[in-house]
Design a protein around this ligand. Structure first.
Ligand code: SF4
Ligand code: MG
Length: 340
């Protein structure tokens, strides 16, 4: 049987004047209700495009998408535009990095939540919808929600706006919540509060959550599984225990090393990933990460430059896309990467 959300060989390619941009290039993963997957990577790795494809937003561009995206038994890739519009805001909802992109400045926060409710529950009266909006604002921890509901976004602090956007996303009890860098713009304290809130809401509603971030610390705290993307492909995938505590791919090692740690003697340790993300038009030959990889010469012959590594299972449920042997990965991780 299939998972609640299941992606199989999803590709999203954008034709441009310079060539085909392979933003997402053959991505597969599963997600169950009540679980969180963290999708991690640099900007341009394909993580946001993946979430847009799930929501069907890529259809607004010239993107060509293929593969399967199945939500609760329904194939979203072949669903009609109208059906996707209905699913967005009801079964699926999105939390963005910037609440101001989701909140209109000229309407009160409450009226925007009410509108989101009424779009999907036309039978609900306006006053019942407003009551629900107040209730939602209270649920996400906004004080005096009965008063706040009639205020405008600019009257809210940054953290409050983020909460208001979460309230809006929750308006119709979505079973799939996609959060794209939801806490990046917030200070550390508010960030922790928002993550706590999302965890509570997940417990209460049993939602499946996709957390998109460049911050491994956030996923380690929130996620059950982690998918690391590089150049539109998954380079490592597995449980948090595997990917955060025993990562096997040199790119994941770089991300881990770039996490701020005060407790660490960095001498002789791996540097945070140097260099730039790869071109998605002229993807480097062989392993797309090879121009930046400190370990490419550890692989015999020219394999890193000439052979595209397959995504392979290293231990049950833990996959990576790298030519190094299992022994090399274990040794290099222990010697160069593992926090002391
Ligand atoms: Fe580095 Fe080679 Fe592994 Fe790619 S395949 S990550 S270049 S060692
Ligand atoms: Mg992004």
């Amino acid at each position: 049987d299939t998972a609640y959300l299941s992606l199989r060989d999803v590709k999203v390619h954008f034709p441009t004047d310079d060539g085909l941009v392979k933003a997402v290039d053959g991505l597969s993963f599963d997600l169950e209700r009540g679980k969180t997957i963290g999708i991690v990577g640099e900007s341009g790795s394909g993580k946001s495009v993946t979430s847009q494809a799930i929501l069907g937003l890529h259809r607004r561009s010239r993107a060509k998408a293929s593969g399967q995206i199945v939500l609760d038994g329904e194939d979203l890739m072949t669903a009609k535009d109208e059906r996707l519009r209905h699913l967005r805001g009801s079964k699926m909802a999105m939390i963005f990095q910037d609440p101001l992109s989701a909140l209109h400045p000229y309407y009160t926060v409450g009226s925007q939540i009410v509108e989101g409710i009424l779009v999907h529950h036309s039978d609900m009266g306006k006053s019942a919808a407003k009551k629900r909006a107040v209730d939602l604002l209270g649920r996400v921890g906004i004080p005096s929600p009965g008063r706040r509901v009639d205020q405008y976004p600019h009257e809210f602090s940054g953290g409050m706006r983020q909460r208001a956007m979460i309230a809006m996303a929750l308006a119709n009890d979505p079973s799939l919540l996609i959060a794209d860098e939801p806490t990046t713009a917030l200070d550390v304290t508010v960030q922790a509060q928002i993550l706590d809130l999302m965890r509570d809401l997940q417990r209460e509603f049993g939602s499946a959550i996709i957390m998109i971030t460049h911050d491994l610390g956030v996923v380690a705290e929130m996620a059950d599984d982690i998918l690391v993307m590089y150049g539109g492909k998954a380079v490592e995938y597995g449980s948090v225990d595997d990917v955060f505590y025993r990562p096997t791919h040199p790119y994941a090692w770089g991300l881990l090393s770039s996490m701020p740690r005060l407790d660490r003697d960095r001498k002789g340790r791996l540097d945070p990933v140097p260099g730039n993300p790869p071109s998605l038009i002229n993807v480097p030959s062989g392993c797309a990460f090879h121009p930046r990889c400190a370990f490419r010469d550890q692989v015999p012959g020219d394999a890193c430059r000439s052979e595209v590594p397959e995504l392979r299972e290293t231990t049950p449920g833990h996959l990576d896309r790298c030519h190094l042997t299992a022994e090399q990965k274990a040794t290099l991780f222990n010697e160069k990467v593992k926090p002391r």
